[in-house]
Write a protein that binds this ligand. Structure first.
Ligand SMILES: Cc1cn([C@H]2C[C@H](O)[C@@H](COP(=O)(O)OP(=O)(O)OP(=O)(O)O)O2)c(=O)[nH]c1=O
Length: 198
């Protein structure tokens, strides 16, 4: 406990989540959970919630009194769940599937503190323009999508694949800030320079 509110632990190895949480002016410590099991859950929103809680629980056990945040992003297209592509060929296959279609991005964010846990899931609908074969090959070979659910990163070169977005942008990047801010405040953690209780 520092400054009258709980320490914040980010249970994530994602540089995007680190950057987005940092943008809120909240001091935090990173501890990667390493948890990312395939539970067999097929509903994307439930899977995102379940994996966020799983990641958070494994870290929370080591930090009593701290507020632990964990997240998981799941991409779903026509009933198929797209995890991180295993290689460039699979990344190309993902892009072919997403081309000219609307898919859903779900991010579950879990907040754990003092034995209590809350999880919320945000959804954004993302539409890709119709991609040409050379574009698909070029993007897959760039390697940008390999460590990202769905095989693309909207925050970089992947922005050029997208023609429409419905919902929160930061949810697609893996950390929906409207949800994160709500969970931090509910846990008594001030965002930016707000005075607690003001
Ligand atoms: C669709 C999309 C996903 N992503 C990223 C967000 C997540 O980091 C990643 C999905 O994988 P996750 O398993 O949610 O997270 P992670 O393994 O990167 O990190 P950790 O489990 O340690 O928290 O995909 C983008 O950065 N941009 C995008 O446009």
């Amino acid at each position: 406990m520092t400054g009258g509110y709980p320490d914040v632990i980010l249970a994530s190895g994602s540089p995007r989540r680190r950057e987005l949480l940092g943008s809120l002016g909240v001091p935090f410590v990173v501890q990667v959970s390493g948890e990312d099991e395939d539970s067999g859950e097929t509903d994307p929103a439930r899977l995102a919630a379940e994996l966020a809680l799983l990641k958070g629980r494994s870290v929370s056990a080591q930090w009593s009194g701290a507020l632990v945040l964990a997240a998981d992003t799941v991409v779903a297209c026509d009933g198929q769940l797209l995890a991180k592509p295993q290689d460039t060929a699979q990344n190309e296959a993902f892009l072919r599937l997403l081309s000219g279609r609307t898919h859903q991005v779900f991010t579950g964010v879990a907040s754990l503190c003092g034995g209590e846990s809350t999880v919320e899931v945000a959804r954004t609908d993302v539409t890709f323009r119709a991609l040409t074969d050379p574009e698909i090959r070029f993007y897959a070979q760039s390697g940008e999508g390999l460590d990202k659910a769905g095989g693309y990163g909207i925050q970089a070169l992947g922005a050029s694949l997208v023609c429409r977005l419905e919902g929160e942008y930061t949810n697609v990047v893996g950390f929906p800030l409207s949800v994160v801010i709500r969970l931090l405040r509910a846990g008594g953690v001030p965002v930016w320079n707000e005075v607690r209780g003001a």
